[in-house]
Design a protein around this ligand. Structure first.
Ligand SMILES: Nc1ncnc2c1ncn2[C@@H]1O[C@H](COP(=O)(O)OP(=O)(O)OP(=O)(O)O)[C@@H](O)[C@H]1O
Length: 232
């Protein structure tokens, strides 16, 4: 497992009336294999997730992965920490399915022929081989999500951060992506509104109003979140 540390990491952005803190100073060490991050819309979950691979940099404090600082060693951190967005459209940039996976392999494989061969292997692994030469725009939502995930996993990151990867999916595709996520050897940080999925993790972090409101066993985190909602 990777060693992800947040040391008083806070995020402040410029609002119309001055600075707004969207994540209060947060100190965490993330070492469990599967960690769920749950909480209300706008509470700060994505901000926390994006800190983990340097997509968002802390305004104060620091975030490191295996000793690499996300602010000063961003590229090395992103090689260790893959990130899957809620909306796969944000991630699929090449015309065809195989080309999209091949793009992910550009750092590790220099020959175009080898990249194509490796991309086909990856597609095979995720049940997408038959779609290799299809336009990414022709895929269904579930296929796009799977492809986005395959593209990230092709680079074999030590950690996968998935920000609501099942939100746009129907029940069958939700199950399919969930099974894939929970079968990975990689460390998984899962931001989700799917509480059944959250409960399957070893650890649960509840984010509420820009701070960590609970951190413990995933089942207890879900109970805490339900209590927060019923008291609101
Ligand atoms: N770059 C930014 N500039 C200004 N405000 C931002 C920025 N990024 C996030 N916010 C605000 O910070 C708050 C937390 O956002 P964040 O996306 O982390 O929430 P979330 O818990 O992931 O929500 P959701 O469940 O709706 O995805 C929101 O009010 C959001 O509008």
């Amino acid at each position: 497992m990777a060693d992800i540390s947040l040391d008083s990491a806070a995020v402040t952005v410029d609002g119309p009336d001055g600075p707004v803190t969207i994540l209060e100073p947060t100190t965490l060490v993330l070492r469990e294999q599967r960690i769920a991050v749950i909480g209300a819309n706008g509470s700060g979950k994505s901000t926390l997730a994006r800190l983990l691979n340097g997509l968002v940099r802390p305004s104060n404090g620091s975030v490191s992965v295996d000793g690499l600082d996300t602010a000063s060693d961003g590229a090395a951190v992103r090689r260790r920490v893959g990130f899957v967005f809620t909306d796969p459209e944000a991630q699929l940039v090449m015309p065809t399915v195989a080309e999209d996976v091949a793009l992910s392999l550009r750092r590790s494989t220099s020959s175009a022929g080898q990249r194509r061969a490796r991309a086909l292997d990856v597609l095979d692994r995720y049940g997408l081989r038959e779609l290799a030469d299809v336009s990414v725009h022709a895929l269904s939502g579930g296929q796009k999500q799977l492809l986005a995930l395959a593209g990230v996993l092709a680079t074999d990151p030590a950690v996968l951060v998935a920000d609501e990867p099942t939100t746009l999916l129907d029940l069958r595709n939700t199950q399919r992506i969930a099974e894939l996520l929970f079968s990975l050897a990689q460390q998984l940080i899962l931001v989700t509104h799917d509480l059944a999925l959250a409960e399957r993790c070893e650890r649960g972090i509840v984010v509420d109003a820009a701070r960590v409101a609970f951190d413990g066993a995933a089942g207890d985190a879900v109970k805490h979140y339900r209590r927060l909602v019923s008291e609101a």
